[in-house]
Ligand binder design. Structure first.
Ligand code: URA
Length: 441
């Protein structure tokens, strides 16, 4: 086989066979196919797409390119959850203890943040002492013992995707539904879960800018999961403004604790109940969404979900007192107020701009090896639909003392807000649910 022939074949939109896909994936991993040919092939995929069968072949070849985790040592139906990325998205910190409290075992491998989106592992490491690297045996026995563990993703999960993604990132070939779908699903399948819940975001802070594009991506991922025997459901959710009110590592842990206490912002609570319901149904712990929601609400009201978070923190070496007293988390030295420049209603908050502003304050990484500051971040006081007057505080920056970056971040946060004279049209948080049975709007 010659790569040049496969590039030509893909350029004219022909379907690639399994051995051909495997040839490309093997060549990516071994380095025998040069980057320029892989990039040309990825560009051809961007233009001509892939059939469902071809996308499934690419997914499985990438999933099998490294470690494939066998979770069978853990009892019960293991349900994984994946978000396509957002700003202020701390749902894993809430869902993991909450669904574990309802009997679904959570053996979760998560990633670090890069660029404007945060990563669950960085957020957990804001808790002093919390260990995110456990041996496989310790990981399994913790889930069997307390029902939940969240660790960093092993370096050798889907290495083909890692290399291909790095190349796509610098060759303008990220935005292709078959490439994104196979990238996400290859990692989920290699991570070993029996069932997969996807939170596919759309809006200013997401890869997919419209709900319809997000539905297309979700359909591709559900089709892959169905093809390879992993029950997969996708919720299509709004990322036209950051989720919740707090952005930044320790701040997001704080907000997760608020939700587990039965407090916190309504949008975040609602999304967690929606996603958690799907997880309970997928995990066989509830017959339908209504029963699942009742169980989740009960786990919050009884304090069981919060206690589960405390047990998770203790089991992984952190101070469990944080779950009861979030003020023990790192706190930034300075507060900088962002004030509204005019009267009006908040129509939107560009999530990507807020994510970049948080990164500037030190909450995220511009490059892979950058150090992050757990204490800093952004608190959004006004969200879509709120009415503000000129001079009102709409956000507070949690910054380092004497930080020159705070002035720039303040301008950026202000610029991220869009105002209008009339209240904005209502926008649902969950736009649709995609499963093997179709799209429910
Ligand atoms: N997230 C992924 O894991 N892969 C993509 O291609 C895009 C988003």
């Amino acid at each position: 086989m010659r790569m040049v022939d496969l590039i030509r074949k893909k350029r004219t939109g022909e379907e690639m066979t399994e051995p051909e896909i495997r040839y490309v994936v093997d060549g990516v991993v071994s380095g025998t196919i040069p980057d320029y040919q892989i990039a040309a092939w990825a560009m051809a995929v961007c233009f001509t797409g892939m059939t469902a069968a071809e996308t499934a072949r690419l997914t499985m070849a990438m999933a099998n390119s490294g470690d494939v985790v066998d979770l069978s040592a853990i009892r019960g139906v293991k349900v994984d959850k994946h978000s396509t990325g957002g700003v202020g998205d701390k749902t894993t910190l809430i869902l993991a203890p909450m669904v574990a409290a309802c009997g679904v075992p959570v053996a979760k491998m998560s990633g670090r943040g890069l660029g404007h989106t945060g990563g669950t592992i960085d957020k957990l490491e804001a808790i002093a002492g919390f260990r995110t690297e456990l041996s496989r045996e310790a990981f399994f026995s913790q889930v069997n013992e307390i029902g939940v563990s969240v660790i960093g993703q092993s370096g050798n999960i889907a290495p083909a995707d890692k290399k291909l993604y790095a190349l796509r990132d610098v060759t303008g070939t990220v935005d292709s539904i078959p490439l994104i779908a196979s990238s996400v699903m290859s990692k989920k399948i290699a991570a070993g879960a029996d069932a997969i819940l996807l939170d596919v975001k759309f809006g200013s802070g997401a890869f997919m800018k419209t709900a319809e594009e997000a539905i297309e991506l979700a359909k591709a991922m559900v089709a892959i999961g169905t093809e390879v025997g992993r029950n997969t459901v996708a919720a299509i959710t709004d990322m036209d403004q950051p989720l919740g009110r707090l952005i930044g590592n320790a701040l997001e842990v704080r907000e997760a604790i608020e939700i587990l206490r039965g407090e916190g912002p309504a949008d975040l609570r609602e999304l967690c109940l929606e996603l958690g319901s799907h997880m309970l149904v997928l995990g066989g712990r509830a017959g339908d969404a209504a029963e699942a929601r009742e169980k989740l609400e009960q786990a919050i009201a009884s304090g069981e979900a919060l206690r589960k978070l405390g047990r998770l923190i203790a089991a992984q070496g952190g101070d469990p007192a944080v779950a009861e007293r979030p003020e023990l988390l790192p706190q930034a030295a300075a507060r900088v107020t962002v004030a509204a420049a005019a009267d009006g209603y908040v129509h939107g908050i560009d999530a990507e701009e807020i994510g970049v502003a948080a990164m500037r304050l030190g909450a995220g990484r511009a490059a892979k090896d950058d150090e992050i500051d757990y204490a800093v971040g952004i608190e959004l006081l006004a969200k879509r639909g709120d009415r503000v007057r000129r001079g009102d505080a709409i956000a507070i920056l949690h910054a380092r003392a004497d930080d020159g970056a705070a002035a720039e971040a303040r301008e950026q946060v202000l610029g991220a807000y869009a105002f209008g004279a009339e209240p904005p049209a209502a926008q649902p948080l969950v736009y649709a649910v995609v499963s093997k049975d179709g799209v429910r709007r």
